[in-house]
Design a protein around this ligand. Sequence first.
Ligand code: ZN
Length: 329
Amino acid sequence: MLFAGVGPEGQQRLLSSVAVLVGCGAIGAAVANLLVRAGVGRLRILDRDFVETSNLQRQILFDENDAREALPKAVAAERKLRALNSEIAIEGVVADLNSKNIEELLYGFPLILDGTDNFETRFLMNDFAVQSGTPWIYAAAVASYGLSFVIRPGQTACLACLLESEGALGLEQTCDTAGVLGPIVNLIASLETAEALKLLSGNETSLHGRLMSCDVWTGRFQSVHPERNPACRACGRGEYPYLRGQAQPHVTMCGRDSVQIHERGRSLDLPALERRLSLIVPGVRQNGFLLRFQVSPYEMTVFTDGRAIVKGTKDPATARSLYAKYIGS
Ligand SMILES: [Zn+2]
């Protein structure tokens, strides 16, 4: 309230504002932390994954207990954020955003925040945002480098303008095997959250409109004003292949020796599955959100929505056959 850019009126608007965060990994967790402490009114957090010890170096909302319990990140984040600020409506949703559920999961939110780790989901969000005229904030980081940009459909360049044009700006669309430093994640999350606070507190005129990129290792910082591409297939021609599910589904999880099976849209009764599997596999565990077991050298984690993450392979065919064998088709 003391900061002139926000003031008491801006803070009041912030308290009644609403946003949805897609992905609660490194950048997502840091954004959620800042937004909830700032007093955003309602925040929905979508995430498809669960907490692992290797996340803790950069994912600031989670701790060793969350990893031990293998809590879904959406659930662990909701618990932490409630303890940070009990006056905020926080809704963690364990789901993998796709072309079938995006309308239901993002509908009605006036701001979409990027906390994802892959371009498949970002292009899906961009298609949805451009078609519905919803602002969204792109943010990504890998190794010591990251960038962020506010996309306002019809006013600024969109993600397809940036990445599908000649002289494309931004991160290469490759899977991350380079790791990511905690400091770059928090820096990019701060840039993203600052722009979100402008939008949510009614200070749109303060948006800088620039694509910010930084490397905390080399010290290179850049700020450019991207132009819209008049021939852009999304914001120019209104073509949304990702919304129609025409793009390839992403099955290999970025930077991990894992494959996600997500084609099966069905709900699983985890206690029943636990009883059945316990007869044939030792050490089956479930926590109400997910069920996990090992069939060496693989580890399978199955969610209530029928999704599974198979660790120990990058081969979708292997993962699918394990799914069929143990969960059923
Ligand atoms: Zn565009």
